[in-house]
Each structure stands twice: as C-alpha cells, then as structure tokens.
Design a protein around this ligand. Structure first.
Ligand code: NAD
Ligand code: TYD
Length: 360
C-alpha cells in the first residue's frame, strides 16, 4: 500500500482520485492508500470521501511531526512507498505567520524522514530495495526569474524568497542529505503552480472564480504582471506516478506545464469563461477587477524547464492552460457542496487578515 501525507489537501486529494482511476485504466490490481493528514484548514476529507467510504483509502488524522503517530501508522499499514505532500503551502499565510511553515515543512519532514528511515532500515532486502520516499516540492525554492531568464532546471541554484519557499527548500535539502548520507531511497519533484478541482479558495484561481460569482472585488496584487507557469493538477499527479515507477534514486525532477501566464491574463481568462457560462445580469466580470497592494517580496516570474522528466521518464502534460482552465471553471460551477464545506469561519477570518490591509 501507499502512504500519502497531506492526502486530504488539494494536490494530495487529487492524487488519491488519480491513483485509483489510473490503476483501473491500466488494469492493475487495486492497491489501497493510507492518507496521513492533520486536517488543517486546508485538509478536507470530503475531497476523498468516495474512496474512504469504499474502503480503498484509510484516513489517519495526525501531524507528521508526531513521531509516535507516524511510527504507529507505518508499523500498522506497512507501506511500500511514502508520497509526501503534507505542507503549509500558501505564501501569503507564511508572510503573516511563518511558524507553522517551519513546524510542518521542516520539523515535520525531518520527523517523517527519521521514522521512515528506521522503518526502511528494518525491512528485508527485497522490500528495502523496492521502497521509495517521494518528496513533493515546489519551483519556488529557485527564487524569482526576470522576463528574459531561462526557466528553472534541476541545477538552478536555490534562492528561496518567502518563509514558505525557504521552509520547502530546507525540506528538500534534508531529503537530499538522507539519500546522500544514509542511502535512503528518495525521489524529489519540484513543480510549478497547480490548478484544478478541489483547489482551496485562498489561491489565485479558485479565489477569482468564487469572488467573481459572489460579485466581490477580484484583488490583483501589484501591477498584475507577475508570471506563473500553470500545471493542471492531474498532469502533476500523473508525473508523480511515473517518477515513482521510473525515477532514479536520489534525483530531482522538475514538473511544469509550459504554460507561462501573467496574473492579469489568468484573471481576465476566468472572467471571460464566466461571462460565457454564467453571464451577469448587467456588465462583465472584468468590471470587478481591483488592483491592490502588492505582496511583500513578491516573486516576479516562475518558469519550469521540464526537459529532464520528459527525456528520462517520458512524461508530458496532457492539458493546455485553455483546456485546464475550462475544466476548472466548470468544476467550481458544478461543486457547490464542496465549496460550501471549505467556506468556514476560519476561511472568512483569513480573507479579513489578508485583504483588509490591501486597500486599492
Ligand atoms: P494544501 O495546502 O492544499 O494541502 C496540504 C495538506 O497537508 C492538507 O490536507 C493539510 O491538512 C495537510 N497538512 C498540513 N500540515 C500537516 C501536518 N503537520 N501533518 C499532516 N498533514 C498536514 O497543499 P497542496 O497545494 O495540495 O500542496 C501539496 C504539496 O505540493 C505541498 O508540499 C506543496 O508545497 C507542494 N506544491 C504545491 C503547489 C501548488 O500550486 N499548490 C505547487 C508546487 C508545490
Ligand atoms: P498563489 O495562488 O498564492 O500562488 P503562489 O504565490 O504560490 O504563486 O498566487 C499566484 C499569483 O497570483 C501570485 O503572483 C500572487 C497573485 N495573487 C493575486 O494577485 N491576488 C490574490 O488574491 C492572490 C491570492 C494571488
């Protein structure tokens, strides 16, 4: 079985769906998953409810920094691989409160590595040779690009700029060191901005879709010309499956969709889709765009060079930004039950914290 940390979050939850659909599509036997998740504000069991109800997935609610809980779950479920998605993941939250980012992304990853190394060390030779620890990381560890810089590749020097990216960089270094020092069988992926179903509405794309539908301002930071390289979440999930199967131990693989888009163009694209699918009584959704104070230390541009994963693993994204955003907007129009479930009081408090000080 597979042990998935953060499997009730955005990417981890999509991964659980992708895992079972992929096994069925390839005619492979059903391999169950253990979702090990603290269920922070970003974790939502509703995302994976169908798999929990069917008994294919089991949820353990615990913190990856709780070594006793990790040890117990490993001993009980005996996984052949760990897929490590769990993290504090939102840059703006890391600016308001970096402590949780150090706790989960660095101390939590360290705890998970220590317990998993002990578990792996006690395995028989055959199981030990097959075991994998796949660490899911971000392109933000490489820092910020100018408009003309080449895209990040696996040899780009680390230069993290936010507490979030610094804590992820720290976790990447620990994973690297565990391979180098202990021969621990690690794989690391560094991907660009994901988007798609079940995306928590604190991030750009879901926030804009839901604010637009609610008739609220669409808050664009700074001049709106920052660039992100958008990756449809299911393309990322497929990349992880393929790296797990074919990745070389100790290596890192950059995963990107080759879809560099300026923030303002992301927002106007969403507005135009909504104009077509859910027209307003009067005016256009673009009328709601509001420029607000910039994010402190806002990285200008991210772009991924995915040639290593294409060449060595044979992975390619299936979605363009146009096809992926169509699916995403439609999903948010169709899934009001899930949306209502994440709009808790805690989420409304966050909107006040982040946006009240960003007066246009
Ligand atoms: P998310 O914030 O949506 O979900 C994180 C999940 O981890 C949640 O279910 C949460 O409950 C769980 N979690 C948080 N702290 C925990 C802890 N201490 N112990 C156990 N579980 C805990 O994040 P996401 O967008 O799904 O990102 C998943 C991974 O991918 C992260 O490692 C992130 O750094 C990386 N990543 C994300 C993106 C993106 O665009 N979303 C891009 C690049 C890399
Ligand atoms: P985000 O989704 O937070 O991802 P990241 O910071 O990890 O790239 O933000 C994507 C881009 O959108 C980033 O340049 C910041 C910008 N942004 C806004 O302009 N307005 C918003 O309300 C948010 C949340 C983000």
């Amino acid at each position: 079985m597979i042990f998935i940390t953060g499997g009730a979050g955005f990417i981890g939850g999509n991964f659980v769906h992708h895992w079972f659909e992929r096994l069925a599509k390839l005619g492979l036997p059903l391999e169950p998953v253990l979702v090990f998740d603290k269920l922070t504000y970003a974790g939502n069991p509703l995302t994976i409810k169908a798999h929990l109800d069917a008994g294919r997935a089991t949820l353990v609610q615990a913190d990856i920094a709780d070594r006793d809980a990790v040890r117990q779950a490993l001993a009980q479920h005996k996984p052949r691989a760990i897929l490590h998605f769990a993290a504090e993941s939102h840059v703006d939250r890391s600016i308001h409160g970096p402590g949780e980012f150090i706790h989960t992304n660095m101390v939590g990853t360290f705890s998970l590595l220590e317990e998993t190394r002990a578990y792996w060390g006690a395995m028989n030779a055959a199981d030990k040779a097959d075991f994998r620890f796949l660490h899911v990381s971000t392109d933000e560890v490489y820092g910020s690009l100018s408009d003309t810089d080449p895209a990040f590749n696996e040899t780009t020097a680390y230069a993290p700029n936010s507490p979030y990216s610094a804590s992820k960089a720290g976790s990447d270094h620990l994973v690297r060191a565990y391979h180098h020092t202990y021969g621990f069988p690690t794989l690391t992926t560094n991907c660009s901005n994901n988007y798609g179903p079940y995306h928590f509405p604190e991030k750009l794309i879901p926030l804009m879709i839901l604010n637009a539908l609610d008739g609220k301002p669409l808050p664009v930071y700074g001049d709106g010309l920052n660039v992100r390289d958008w990756l449809f979440v299911r393309d990322h999930c497929e990349a992880i499956c393929q790296v797990l199967e074919k990745g070389r131990l100790g290596e890192t693989y950059n995963v990107g969709g080759k879809n560099e888009v300026k923030n303002i163009d992301v927002v106007t694209t969403i507005c135009r889709k909504l104009d077509a699918l859910r027209p307003k009584a009067t005016g256009k959704y673009e009328d709601q765009i509001t420029y607000v104070a910039d994010r402190p230390g806002h990285d200008r541009r991210y772009a991924i060079d995915p040639s290593k994963i294409e060449r060595e693993i044979g992975w390619q994204p299936a979605e363009t930004f146009t096809s992926g955003i169509d699916k995403t907007v439609q999903w948010f129009l169709d899934n009001t039950e899930w949306i209502d479930s994440v709009r808790s009081g805690a989420y409304r408090d966050w909107l006040n914290t982040n946006y009240q000080s960003r007066v246009a």
